[in-house]
Design a protein around this ligand. Structure first.
Ligand SMILES: Cc1cc2nc3c(=O)[nH]c(=O)nc-3n(C[C@H](O)[C@H](O)[C@H](O)COP(=O)(O)OP(=O)(O)OC[C@H]3O[C@@H](n4cnc5c(N)ncnc54)[C@H](O)[C@@H]3O)c2cc1C
Ligand SMILES: Cc1cc2nc3c(=O)[nH]c(=O)nc-3n(C[C@H](O)[C@H](O)[C@H](O)COP(=O)(O)O)c2cc1C
Length: 607
């Protein structure tokens, strides 16, 4: 079919007019865009069999393109990751880029020199957000450098940012947005707005990656790649290979003593599966399901009986099944309430959405049932499931070492239960584990590796481990590992919880390790056993001289548990110890602290 047959004369003239006005960047962008569009619209494919770009335009492209028509365009895929998701997506994007004829390389932000920016042509940034809206540690240095902007140029770069995040956090995908702005300020040209990925990103990748990477494919590269493409982009198989694996529960013990006001479970899982290989410091993700009584209350509130059919990832199922196994009911996020508002047309509700402070106050401790009850809307089954977020697995730090327990995985789970507005609420995963599964039953899990929380390779290095509540979990794995491998380095555990009599988690094991000499020091802080609250940071302060000595002799410092208060207090106390014991100014202590973080001598696993 010729272009004469495909386009009316006035359309051809209009196309030529538009194309002839475009500069090289615009044409390159359009080439990638069309390439992706072809894959998503098979009927349009034929209409591009004869390219509409006139020879005159192609000549203009050849002249300006430094590599000539046949040389592949380069694409640097730069990832910044803490728990590996961004890195996995970077590898998937690399495969897709190569399929499209791009010369793609994957680079870790941790080792990336921003001076290389001047040599980049195309950049795909894939980065997650951690802490409370902070870059992952591995991305921090690059983040600071690009933020300052001094001495770097990104003027020749076309770029795109994929931001990973979790919409339950206030600063959703913030780091990705920040990188987007930094690069823009440095003169780079964005190909589109930031692509935000929530915890259900796996379900979006097979469509998204070809679309995003396709935007980088140049007109020439796209043309040459088209003939050799093994499949249309929409058929691309995303090789994630990290689905969950089934494990059996072989032990489940309540760790708190009688009369405790907390509920912490020790759970042992077992399975022989290569995907379940782990190291101390890693976590597992547990795939969970909603409480049937909450599902029933939701159905009752929306006036649906649960037998309505809906589609989830191409699978047809009843609404009840979708709500129980696939929809997030216990936590509410900003994107969900924004989608929900389209069914409401309620001015008060819309005003709430526009005020970030009011919105985050509304979201805290509010669940889907609250939303449906407070702001009733007429919803069909399909409206409800498409509004709700996909149920995400929850992470639990592994509390064992494979050197000690073989193919078992132990975890320490604090049950989340609270009351609000006269209704008892239960955390979906922690109470699924506490209430609805037992020994002999099976769970679906996945290892979430964490290279940012590792024992030193040198077994002679001293370690100081600070943890509160379930933050004790990884240290059980650390000590099992050091005992099993006969490591001689000193071990100091600083543990905190509420009461000595009920909440001294794994007490007998620590005492055994102290008696054997494996645990060189054990300090405990039970906050509610006396009028004055005592926390782990107070124990650090009481032993400031010794702590500074361990650190200045090359020791490593670990913090695990609550992110919002404990980790902040521990960090501030650590800085004050550097100042008091090391004679450092506040600036010097911060500089020293950052150096320790970079050298992996101050590591955090906080949540
Ligand atoms: C890397 C990592 C490691 C982790 N390790 C562990 C671990 O070893 N052990 C462990 O127990 N947990 C651990 N967690 C936390 C765990 O993943 C879950 O977040 C936790 O179990 C709660 O999940 P849930 O599904 O039970 O609760 P959800 O259904 O997710 O509900 C939690 C939500 O309830 C609300 N909420 C809770 N308490 C209150 C309250 N008092 N008032 C109002 N609202 C409230 C909050 O909005 C909160 O977001 C870890 C998390 C990460 C990221
Ligand atoms: C402790 C912790 C803090 C987080 N903080 C945020 C946050 O502030 N904003 C956000 O959007 N996502 C946040 N996330 C979610 C991560 O960005 C998300 O899990 C992402 O997929 C991780 O990608 P990575 O494995 O490449 O690091 C946080 C996750 C954890 C474990």
């Amino acid at each position: 079919m010729s272009d004469n047959q495909l386009f009316k004369p006035e359309e051809r003239i209009e196309l030529q007019r538009v194309l002839s006005k475009m500069n090289r960047e615009q044409l390159l962008w359009l080439g990638g865009y069309i390439s992706a569009a072809i894959d998503f619209a098979p009927a349009v494919h034929a209409s591009y069999a004869n390219p509409v770009i006139e020879p005159k335009v192609l000549t203009h492209l050849e002249e300006e393109s430094s590599g000539g028509v046949s040389s592949p365009q380069s694409l640097t895929i730069l990832f910044g990751s803490h728990s590996g998701n961004s890195e996995k997506i970077a590898q998937i994007a690399r495969k897709e880029a190569q399929r499209l004829g791009l010369e793609a390389k994957v680079r870790n932000m941790e080792d990336y020199n921003p001076r290389s920016l001047k040599d980049e042509e195309q950049l795909l940034v894939i980065v997650s957000t951690h802490g409370e809206g902070e870059p992952p540690l591995a991305a921090q240095e690059l983040y600071e450098k690009l933020k300052s902007g001094r001495g770097f140029s990104a003027e020749n770069i076309r770029y795109l940012v994929i931001a990973l995040g979790d919409s339950t956090y206030k600063h959703f995908c913030k780091t990705g947005h920040d990188f987007f702005e930094f690069l823009k300020k440095l003169g780079a040209s964005p190909l589109r707005d930031v692509v935000e990925l929530d915890t259900d990103f796996n379900t979006r990748l097979s469509g998204l990656i070809p679309e995003v990477v396709g935007q980088f494919a140049t007109v020439n590269a796209a043309q040459s790649a088209q003939s050799s493409r093994p499949a249309a982009a929409k058929d691309v198989e995303v090789d994630i290979q990290d689905g969950p694996v089934e494990v059996e529960i072989i032990e489940k013990i309540q760790l708190n003593g009688r009369g405790a006001d907390k509920e912490t479970w020790h759970i042992e899982l077992v399975a022989e599966h290569p995907a379940l290989k782990y190291q101390p410091g890693d976590a597992i993700e547990v795939f969970t399901e909603n409480d049937p009584s909450l599902v029933a209350a939701v159905l009752d509130t929306v006036g649906l009986d649960g037998r309505e059919l809906v589609d989830i990832d191409g699978a047809r199922m009843s609404l009840k099944e979708a709500l129980q196994y696939h929809s997030e009911l216990t936590v509410l996020t900003a994107p969900v309430v924004k989608k929900y508002s389209t069914f409401l047309q309620n001015e008060t509700f819309n005003r709430l959405l526009e005020d970030p402070e009011q919105l985050s106050a509304f979201l805290a401790g509010t669940d889907v049932l609250d939303l449906l009850q407070k702001y009733p809307a007429e919803l069909k089954a399909v409206d409800l499931v498409s509004t709700l977020r996909r149920l995400a697995p929850r992470a639990y730090s592994i509390a064992s070492s494979p050197e000690e327990v073989g193919n078992e995985i132990h975890i320490t789970v604090g049950a989340v239960r609270y009351e609000k507005e006269g209704r008892r609420r239960n955390g979906v995963c922690s109470t699924f584990l506490a209430d609805r599964v037992d020994v002999g039953q099976r769970l679906k899990v996945k290892i979430r590796s964490n290279n940012q929380f590792r024992l030193p390779e040198d077994g002679n290095t001293s370690v100081i481990m600070v943890g509160a509540g379930t933050g004790i979990a990884p240290y059980r794995g650390f000590l099992q590992q050091r005992a099993a491998l006969g490591h001689k380095g000193r071990n100091w555990l600083i543990f905190g919880d509420r009461h000595f009599t009920t909440d001294f988690l794994y007490q007998t094991e620590w005492l055994k390790y102290r008696n054997s000499g494996l645990l060189t020091r054990l300090d405990v802080a039970f906050s509610r056993d006396q009028e004055q609250k005592i926390y782990v940071q107070h124990k650090m302060k009481q032993n400031a001289g010794e702590l500074y000595k361990w650190i200045s002799e090359g020791g490593r410092f670990y913090v695990c548990g609550d992110m919002k208060t404990m980790a902040v207090d521990v960090r501030n106390t650590f800085l004050s110890i550097l100042q008091a014991e090391g004679g450092m100014s506040p600036e010097q202590s911060l500089e020293y602290f950052n150096k320790l973080r970079k050298e992996r001598r101050y590591q955090e696993d906080v949540y």
